[in-house]
Design a protein around this ligand. Structure first.
Ligand SMILES: NC(=O)C1=CN([C@@H]2O[C@H](COP(=O)(O)OP(=O)(O)OC[C@H]3O[C@@H](n4cnc5c(N)ncnc54)[C@H](O)[C@@H]3O)[C@@H](O)[C@H]2O)C=CC1
Ligand SMILES: O=C(CO)COP(=O)(O)O
Length: 336
């Protein structure tokens, strides 16, 4: 990988920083944009991100700035890693600063509330670029594990396979193994819906429902993700890949997952307000469960687990009642 590839990463949270490390380790010159100047200064002076990845030493070829124009300058890849619901407003401010031929890369796993747009669609809309200039990185990539350089595979998706291959080369390291995929719709849906299923599994874990419940939720969660994907034109095989099953298993098994942990706290009996108060980082499923359900309704797709998560998180339904209702739905064949 040539040293001359430049990457800007907008968002110095856990995943923005960890993926910035991956790019730097693959040989790119990386500039992180941080919202707060103090964090940018801390990254540059201590070579760590004390707020999001304490104790992890950052590579020399990664630096930070609070100036978006400086971050964006001459970037071959402009990586976006802010909470999904803030992307539109942020990108509107950054769009005039972007390097002319830069490829925009979404790391985000959410669906916009109201518009039900996937993150790549928001990027196309706001930055006014064609879909061949927008890529997505997704898969089982818990930031803390990647930052410790523990091995993981990932998916780099773009409708233009040549662009996906360029990004693949730019982020391929001995511990990070990206595969290309041209099914952007499936890859993004896999990432966004797994957060909702992660909440459901967390709730079940918090209630002490056991591993059979977990296996059942993961599998039926994947079934409803696939149904939605099919209705939206995705390739169903994408959901048995890294962006589907891979990410779902990592999220639903790990205490590092914010969505899983958020659900566990709810399942243990914390109120929504108490759970929000102890959650310091972005748990995308909390908001995106509503936009995913909206998408399902627009496409006439039944998503009972997603519906249950919305009822528990946003309508105050007690988890015990929700479990009873899920289990007493009408009997049906498995492939439904
Ligand atoms: N952390 C992880 O393991 C992974 C996260 N993701 C996805 O990456 C995206 C970013 O997540 P994380 O970095 O983990 O979140 P985080 O909560 O660790 O960091 C979010 C970053 O966005 C900034 N931010 C918050 N509100 C903002 C606003 N209104 N405007 C501008 N910046 C704002 C924060 O200051 C912080 O730098 C999410 O969509 C998440 O689903 C994807 C794969 C792995
Ligand atoms: O997307 C992730 C792992 O691939 C991270 O999941 P959480 O956002 O639930 O922490």
């Amino acid at each position: 990988m040539s040293e001359s590839v430049r990457a800007a990463v907008f968002g110095t949270g856990s995943w923005g920083t960890a993926f910035g490390m991956v790019l730097a380790d693959a040989g790119c010159e990386v500039t992180l944009w941080a919202r707060r100047a103090e964090l940018a200064d801390a990254v540059n002076s201590t070579r760590t991100n004390p707020d999001y990845l304490p104790g992890v030493e950052l590579p020399e070829n990664l630096r930070a700035t609070a100036d978006p124009a400086e971050a964006a300058r001459d970037a071959d890849f402009t990586v976006l890693a802010v909470p999904s619901q803030t992307l539109r407003a942020n990108l509107a401010a950054w769009a005039p600063l972007l390097a002319p031929d830069t490829v925009l890369v979404s790391l985000m796993k959410g669906v916009e509330l109201g518009t039900t747009m996937r993150m790549s669609e928001v990027v196309e809309d706001v930055a006014e670029v064609g879909r061949d200039r927008v890529a997505v990185v997704t898969g089982p990539n818990l930031a803390r594990e990647i930052a410790s350089r523990r091995p993981a595979a990932a998916v780099v998706a773009c409708t233009d396979e040549a662009v996906a291959r360029r990004l693949q080369a730019a982020c391929h390291t001995p511990y990070f193994r990206p595969y290309t995929n041209t099914d952007v719709v499936g890859c993004e849906l896999g990432g966004a819906v797994k957060n909702v299923i992660g909440l459901a599994v967390g709730i079940a874990d918090g209630m002490g429902l056991g591993d059979n419940a977990k296996g059942s939720l993961i599998t039926r969660g994947l079934a409803e993700t696939t149904r939605l994907g099919l209705a939206m034109g995705a390739d169903p095989l994408t959901f048995s890949g890294l962006a589907g099953l891979g990410d779902l298993v990592a999220t639903c098994s790990s205490p590092l997952s914010r969505n899983h942990t958020f659900g566990t706290n709810l399942g243990r009996g914390m109120t929504l307000q108490e759970t929000i108060a102890v959650t310091k980082q972005t748990a995308e499923g909390v908001k995106s469960c509503e936009s995913v359900l909206d998408l399902a309704r627009r496409h006439g797709v039944d998503m009972p687990i997603t519906e249950t998560v919305v009822a528990i998180v946003h309508e105050g339904k007690p988890p015990v009642v929700a479990v009873k209702e899920l289990m007493s739905r009408s009997a049906k064949p498995e492939r439904h």
